[in-house]
Design a binder for this molecule. Structure first.
Ligand code: PEP
Ligand code: MN
Length: 625
């Protein structure tokens, strides 16, 4: 049951409620949900609900209707985020776990780990205790395998996960690994579930071969009821009558689970299909269906693998899959970051340089703008997002060191470049250290009881009116009021209380300011993406740099631009953007903005750099990232 507490409850009343619940044999969880303080109480207590309703400080009591309680969304409406080292599972960043079925040797594990890390995996998997169908199959390297996993973590920085098959392994698991997996065959091994409930490490709980979702959630309940709230559910295919795949991947489990539970959900398409070429299509579908992450078997020599070779991807195939996921994720409002771990380490490393425990990043407007979303998706929760009134102020704050980073939009797929920021990049001597693309979905937001025919004024940024042109053409009598930022518009109408005023902004903004979405997705073209860049005073010392942004100008001679572009062509450098901007104070002369797929700081780029400087009048590297 859920006890909703009165707003002005005293500390004494709260302690009294807690001790009564303990005495009656309940497991107690104190939560804060949508601004309300609640106590979740789960257990076998046999008192009537009426008894608890009468306790001083209790506003109301709601019973949880499902068999599972602690894992239920009824108890805990917000998503649970499971933190392992620097990795957060269950948020807006897709988590990819990859590695071989089994650890076979130090060399094998390190080779595969380096490959999967290069392509953007954040957790490394590998079995040391293998639950094999046949007693004559390879059973795993046991503790030796765990030691190798620990070494993989030390060498690569990847977080490591392995399967536990018996409570007797709990101590060695504690010693060597970061995340513990309960396999499909042990999903209802209740002694093992109780054991991992006390282990103090996040648990990946795989779905049993023939288990219903409810049985699976009841197993998760065992782990939570022992005090371990960090459980990640992993769908890995169930037994059906269909023999063409090893199992049948139940993708509908994702939206079903998302409704029933607050726990993160990941998908293992490797065991689900059992066939290499079926893994990537199902992985892509899983992300599109809302999975928080993937667990993929990868082997550099699958034909020699001691287990599950036929379903293991070659590293290159894994890399290709990651590129696909990178593209799919923003469609559903998430991100895959190829450099996630290196970036966190680099941002943390700044503390040593500037002595500040937390870094700060400036974004445009109020909390809830798309810039704010870009900021939190890029940095996660460890960097403080600082609301800033204008793009110029963002550049100034970074320059003065008031913040460590700035997040600014550079271009939109429908409306083109945000020229103000291109000009500011030229004016301020700052570096681009990263980029992130967001899909921009606009919502018409108003008061709960605002009907579409009551609307008279719409508040938003002018560029957003352009992106929703067709929708507003159908409502030509509405007055479009330009404001500085989208979330600010929602905040303003929430304050005035005028039912005839609405705003256009993100779904998040509606939620933050307690407003209602009147019409969803009103942008003219759903392929509406904005690319943001992260600016900083210095280059960020993170992983491989894939892309660079440059500015240059040439003399006004025939073929001058051609000579510069020829350098890229001759060196096989892919140019992904070219744009020209007038040079201030020099009519009809232009500055060129170029993005290339290369690292300007690499040794190999040096000769190219010299040629470029040779052929240009002005040349500046905005950053490699
Ligand atoms: C595994 O992940 O290697 C494994 C044995 O998976 P499952 O328990 O899903 O069969
Ligand atoms: Mn396997």
């Amino acid at each position: 049951m859920i006890l909703v507490l009165e707003k002005d409850i005293t500390q004494n009343q709260k302690s009294n409620i807690r001790s009564i619940l303990f005495r009656e044999g309940y497991i107690v969880r104190e939560l804060s949900e949508a601004g309300q303080n609640i106590i979740g109480a789960v257990g076998k207590g046999d008192r009537e609900v009426e008894f608890f309703k009468k306790l001083p400080g209790v506003a109301k009591v709601v019973s949880i209707s499902t068999a599972f309680k602690l894992v239920s969304r009824q108890l805990h409406s917000a998503d649970t985020l499971v933190q392992v080292g620097d990795v957060v599972i269950g948020g807006e960043l897709i988590t990819v776990i990859a590695g071989p079925c089994a650890i076979e040797s130090r060399d094998q594990a390190l080779t595969i780990a380096k490959e999967v890390k290069r392509y953007g995996a954040v957790l490394f998997r590998g079995g040391a205790y293998k639950p094999r169908t046949s007693p004559y199959s390879f059973q795993g390297l046991e503790e030796e395998g765990l030691k190798i996993l620990a070494e993989v973590r030390d060498v690569t920085g990847l977080v490591v996960v392995t399967e536990i098959t018996s409570p007797a392994q709990a101590d060695v698991m504690m010693k060597y690994v970061d995340v513990v997996q309960v396999g499909a065959r042990n999903m209802q091994n209740f002694e093992l579930l109780k054991c991992v409930g006390r282990i103090g490490k996040p648990i990946i709980l795989k779905r049993g071969l023939s288990s219903t979702i409810e049985e699976w959630l009841m197993s998760a309940e065992y782990i939570l009821s022992e005090g371990n709230d960090n459980v990640i559910l992993c769908e890995r295919g169930i037994r059906t009558f269909e023999p063409y795949t090893r199992n049948t991947l139940d993708l509908s489990a994702i939206p079903v689970l998302k409704n029933l539970t607050h726990l993160p959900v990941i998908i293992d398409p490797s065991h689900a299909t059992g066939i290499r070429e079926k893994v990537s299509p199902m992985a892509r579908a899983a992300i599109a269906a809302g999975a928080d992450g993937l667990m993929i078997e990868v082997h550099h020599k699958p034909e020699e693998a001691l287990s599950d070779g036929p379903q293991s991807l070659y590293p290159k195939q894994f890399g290709q899959l990651m590129r696909d996921i990178y593209v799919i994720a923003p469609v559903i409002g998430k991100q895959l970051d190829f450099d996630y771990l290196d970036k966190v380490t680099a941002v943390d490393g700044l503390s040593k340089v500037n002595g500040k425990e937390f870094q700060r990043a400036a974004f445009l407007g109020e909390v809830g703008t798309f810039s704010h979303k870009a900021c939190t998706q890029y940095f996660g929760v460890k960097v403080e997002a600082v609301s800033t009134p204008s793009f110029r102020r963002i550049f100034e704050s970074v320059k003065k060191g008031e913040v460590d980073f700035g997040v600014v939009p550079l271009e939109n797929s429908l409306t083109g470049s945000i020229h103000e920021n291109y000009d500011l990049l030229l004016e301020f001597d700052l570096k681009i250290v990263g980029e992130i693309a967001l899909r921009i979905i606009h919502h018409l937001i108003g008061h709960q009881d605002t009907g579409i025919d009551m609307i008279k004024r719409v508040l938003s940024q002018p560029i957003i009116f352009q992106q929703c042109r067709q929708f507003f053409e159908r409502h030509a009598d509405w007055e479009l009021v330009p404001v500085k930022d989208t979330a600010g518009a929602v905040k303003e109408i929430s304050k005035t209380g005028n039912r005839a005023d609405v705003a256009v902004a993100s779904k998040e903004a509606a939620k933050i300011y307690g407003m209602t979405v009147i019409e969803e997705g009103i942008e003219t073209n759903p392929r509406n993406y904005t690319r943001f860049v992260i600016i900083s005073a210095d280059q960020l010392d993170k992983g491989p740099r894939r892309k660079s942004s440059l500015i240059f100008s040439t003399g006004n001679r025939p073929g001058a631009l051609y000579e510069v572009l020829k350098i890229y062509a001759e060196n096989g450098i892919n140019m992904v953007k070219l744009e020209s901007r007038p040079i201030h104070g020099k009519p009809w002369e232009y500055m060129f903005y170029v993005d290339i797929e290369a690292d300007t700081e690499s040794e190999g780029f040096k000769p190219v750099l010299n040629s470029l400087k040779d052929k240009t009048d002005y040349f500046k590297i905005l950053g490699s990232y």
